[in-house]
Design a protein around this ligand. Structure first.
Ligand SMILES: NC(=O)c1ccc[n+]([C@@H]2O[C@H](COP(=O)([O-])OP(=O)(O)OC[C@H]3O[C@@H](n4cnc5c(N)ncnc54)[C@H](O)[C@@H]3O)[C@@H](O)[C@H]2O)c1
Length: 336
């Protein structure tokens, strides 16, 4: 794993953008580093593909991270990089200033926060609670309401940037909730972030993330279609890639997930589509967008098509592989 603690060279500036009713504040790297070095005890629930590298950056910044994952394997990997492994969410919360959750879906976040063994039952008063999972707006709303009823400050703060951004500490955080809680959260988020953006009131972080990922997965499929067509028209992949990335076809999935091997280092195609972002989680995200489209009367025709392709991957029992495997649906090499 590539572990890059934030440095002046890597991150010349961290910008905190605040929307409308929030004041715009910019932080220099110097301030970021000094803030990152102030020690805190952080509870972290969910040490998977994203949670593990995110916690590594918190550890590198000098924080104590008490981590818990239901998967022993996931937890052991994070412990090897400096996280203090504990046996339950309640144990992770002991003495914590702030608790982050980084879990797959709304049902997992609800389970982690609610109920007898949940975070609301075990967090000490005053613990700031931050859910960075990508979840449905209704679950986020429920967690905001239950947190308020239990007297906790809570933020929905999903992220963008993939595992590469998680490793480099350059994720974009989209943070929904009260401005006071946002201000408190900022110093804890900084070691993991390139951008920290206050999106507005409760659930607006999730709304931003859902809309962003609708574009991401449509772009993933458009990149796959173009890559397959370019191949069949006799273009070399590297030549086509080098053109598209400086032309109007450029996109994040093009640069990060170019779906043929040997072109982009970070592409899962180099590793037989071992996951960086599983097709199942991509399917979950695009279904969140479709549900939001239905609720708001917004036609999402391309979104529906892309969801159908990700569903095909899931139905074939391949949902644990990287979402960029959709390229194999386009060139018809997908294992049937
Ligand atoms: N992978 C990416 O590139 C990426 C990028 C941005 C956002 N996200 C979002 O971030 C979230 C996490 O994604 P990921 O790729 O790390 O998923 P992941 O499946 O790799 O990790 C989730 C972890 O949560 C653990 N878990 C589930 N329920 C738990 C519980 N109650 N207590 C403790 N641990 C529990 C699982 O064992 C797993 O290790 C998802 O919502 C995803 O949509 C992922």
């Amino acid at each position: 794993m590539r572990l890059i603690p934030p440095t002046l060279e890597d991150r010349p500036e961290v910008t905190v953008n605040t929307a409308e009713r929030y004041a715009r504040v910019e932080f220099t790297a110097e301030r970021t580093l000094s803030k990152g070095r102030s020690m805190a005890t952080i509870a972290w629930i969910g040490l998977g593909l994203m949670g593990h590298p995110m916690t590594t950056n918190l550890v590198e910044a000098g924080h104590t991270v008490r981590g818990f994952d239901l998967s022993e394997r996931a937890q052991a990997a994070a412990v090897a990089d400096g996280v203090v492994g504990v046996g339950s969410a309640a144990e992770a919360l002991a003495g914590a200033d702030v608790a982050f959750t980084m879990l797959p879906k709304g049902e997992h976040s609800r389970a982690a926060y609610l109920g007898e063994d949940g975070i609301f039952a075990h967090a000490a008063p005053g613990t700031l609670l931050i859910d960075s999972s990508t979840i449905d707006v209704a679950s986020a709303r429920l967690l905001h309401d239950e947190a308020a009823a239990a007297g906790f400050e809570f933020l929905d703060a999903p992220v963008s940037g993939g595992i590469a951004g998680a490793e480099k500490g350059t994720l974009t955080f989209m943070v929904g909730g009260a401005v006071e809680a946002f201000e408190k959260a900022r110093s804890f988020i900084e070691p993991m972030a390139g951008n920290i953006i206050a999106t507005g009131g409760p659930t607006t972080g999730q709304a931003a993330k859902i809309c962003n990922n609708l574009m991401l997965f449509i772009n993933m499929v458009s990149t796959s279609e173009a890559a397959v067509l370019a191949d069949r028209l006799g273009l070399d992949h590297e030549v086509f890639y080098s053109i598209a990335k400086v032309s109007s076809g450029d996109s994040w999935p093009l640069r990060t997930w170019y779906p043929y091997p040997g072109v982009v280092d970070s592409s899962p195609a180099n590793r037989d589509f071992a996951p960086t972002f599983t097709a199942d989680l991509a399917n979950k995200d695009i279904q969140l967008a479709l549900a939001a489209g239905e609720e708001t009367g917004t036609p999402l025709r391309l979104g529906e098509m892309v969801q159908g392709m990700l569903q095909q991957v899931a139905d074939a029992g391949q949902g644990g592989r990287d979402c960029s495997i959709v390229r194999q649906l386009v060139d018809e090499s997908f294992p049937s």
